[in-house]
Design a protein around this ligand. Structure first.
Ligand SMILES: [Zn+2]
Length: 280
């Protein structure tokens, strides 16, 4: 599974703020309404493009049955993806887009992009027998027509055969919670998030994660928040606020940026919970 790495998650809104004043001054100088509308249209298109993610179709061969599939591959994106709303669930694009979960049109082998092609050969036989035990008779050929909840059900079985660590499972269940909520399968979304919570709490016990406790408490609090335990969430967020994310292999500038990013999320959460408690 892909995990979130330190990637200079700067806010795109700083750019928007400073650009906005200059745009307003220029707009006022345009006396003709037609020119003003044209100018706004050009500026609008520009911002749509720089804050957009783009996909294109590519030929991907299924490692299980050798069928060539037409799947979406990433063409472009930017660090602004870390500012999108899903950050509060610690789930990031492209996992938030249905294009990222591939499903072979022939054998129905299902895995997230990047992992689809990389499945180890010694797992192929067990994957084939697992797929043979499932009924795909009413599944459409086009993978985007298959609901994420169905694809995630198969992917879960595939990752069980492939085998993955607690961190990858925790990530998987956060993604599952995100998509099941989008399909309004709220009980199942809650179950997935409680599973993610159990895993992140287990991860906190590992010595290797000592420097990551700030991030792990944020994830734990987020999963509590999304499973209606606001009080437990607040406790985790406050614990996280007192910690610093550390990693000897990462330079100080990146570490500061990442700690700032985590602190921003924590502050948003704490403010939101405290305001809703006051108005209750
Ligand atoms: Zn296949």
């Amino acid at each position: 599974m892909q995990t979130f790495y330190l990637q200079s998650p700067r806010s795109p809104f700083c750019l928007v703020d400073s650009a906005a004043s200059a745009i307003l001054v220029f707009l006022r100088s345009l006396r003709n309404m037609k020119f003003r509308i044209l100018f706004l249209f050009i500026i609008g298109s520009f911002f749509c493009q720089i804050f957009a993610t783009t996909w294109g179709l590519g030929d991907i061969t299924c490692p299980i049955c050798d069928t060539v599939n037409s799947f979406y591959v990433v063409f472009s994106y930017g660090s602004y993806i870390y500012q999108w709303e899903s950050k509060y669930q610690f789930v990031f694009w492209p996992m938030t887009d249905p294009q990222s979960l591939y499903c072979c049109k022939n054998c129905r082998f299902t895995c997230f992009m990047g992992e689809f092609e990389a499945v180890p050969e010694d797992k192929h036989e067990k994957i084939r027998s697992t797929l043979d035990s499932l009924d795909f008779s009413d599944w459409p050929e086009d993978y985007l027509q298959i609901p994420m909840s169905d694809r995630l059900m198969v992917a879960e079985k595939m990752y069980t055969v492939i085998g993955q660590d607690d961190e990858s499972w925790c990530h998987f269940y956060r993604i599952k919670g995100y998509h099941l909520q989008a399909e309004e399968k709220l009980d199942e979304a809650k179950a997935a998030r409680l599973h993610a919570l159990e895993l992140v709490q287990k991860m906190m016990e590992y010595k290797i994660n000592k420097g990551r406790l700030k991030e792990l408490y944020l994830i734990s609090g987020a999963m509590k928040y999304y499973t209606d335990d606001k009080e437990g969430a607040l406790q985790d967020f406050k614990k996280a606020q007192k910690l610093t994310f550390k990693n000897d292999k990462v330079d100080e500038v990146q570490l500061k940026q990442y700690n700032d990013y985590l602190n921003g999320l924590l502050e948003d959460y704490v403010t939101k919970i405290e305001i809703s408690a006051l108005s209750a």
